[in-house]
Ligand binder design. Structure first.
Ligand code: B4P
Length: 188
């Protein structure tokens, strides 16, 4: 199974990715998590990424694409994967098409998690209080939502044109959302 998970910040991508990874026995690859690990480790990539993340901006495509190409080349991703938060720009879609084309494989589905702005802002402010992520301040959250609407929402149409999109309501309990995704995938 080769899946993408798209949705606005706070829609539950990371939360659901961890569960789907177990259900389908595929690695969940989160570009956000990889950037945060690099920030924590003080790597050169981390230093560059932090600047963008703290401003609510996307990390430049060139840096992001390189790390995904490397990660998808690892053996555990050979038979399937779930990409959480990648691609996020049209250029990243092209890059992913190239990576998959070279490997001779195709995507099975693109799960689009939906959630309204009030809900995602409230979830992220709650996370901020619990975990203190530096991009979870109200100002940066609003910026991230704008960037998502401008740069990532148009990707949904691209994948819908390929008959890959499964839109799933991200409201409700974490279990309910997982059940909806699994049901949508089994009917696809
Ligand atoms: P991400 O790490 O992807 O951050 P995110 O959009 O906030 O999603 P996340 O997965 O963390 O949150 P979730 O919705 O699961 O990206 C962070 C930054 O990295 C980006 O802004 C960008 O700068 C950079 N980046 C990442 N990928 C990039 C790319 N491809 N190109 C360029 N830059 C990139 O959960 C949010 C909260 O909601 C959690 O606290 C969770 O517990 C809660 N929650 C989840 N489901 C819930 C439910 N059903 N009910 C109630 N709460 C729920």
């Amino acid at each position: 199974m080769r899946l993408l998970l798209i949705g606005p910040p706070g829609a539950g991508k990371g939360t659901q990715a961890a569960r789907l990874s177990k259900t389908y026995d595929i690695p969940a690859i989160s570009t956000g998590d990889i950037f945060r690990e690099n920030v924590k480790g003080g790597t050169e990539l981390g230093l560059k990424a932090k600047e963008y993340m703290d401003a609510g901006q996307y990390v430049p495509d060139a840096l992001t694409n390189d790390l995904v190409r490397d990660r998808l080349g690892q053996s555990d991703a050979a038979d399937g994967f779930l990409l959480d938060g990648y691609p996020r720009t049209l250029q990243q879609v092209e890059e992913l098409d190239d990576i998959l084309g070279v490997a001779g494989v195709t995507l099975d589905a693109v799960v689009v998690l939906t959630a309204d702005t009030d809900e995602v802002v409230s979830r992220l402010l709650k996370r901020s209080a619990e975990q203190g992520r530096s991009d979870d301040t109200e100002e940066v959250i609003r910026k991230r939502l704008d960037v998502y609407a401008e740069q990532t929402a148009p990707l949904i149409e691209v994948y819908a044109g390929r008959q890959l999109v499964l839109e799933v309501d991200g409201l409700g309990s974490v279990d309910e959302v997982t059940e909806r995704i699994v049901a949508a995938l089994s009917g696809h």
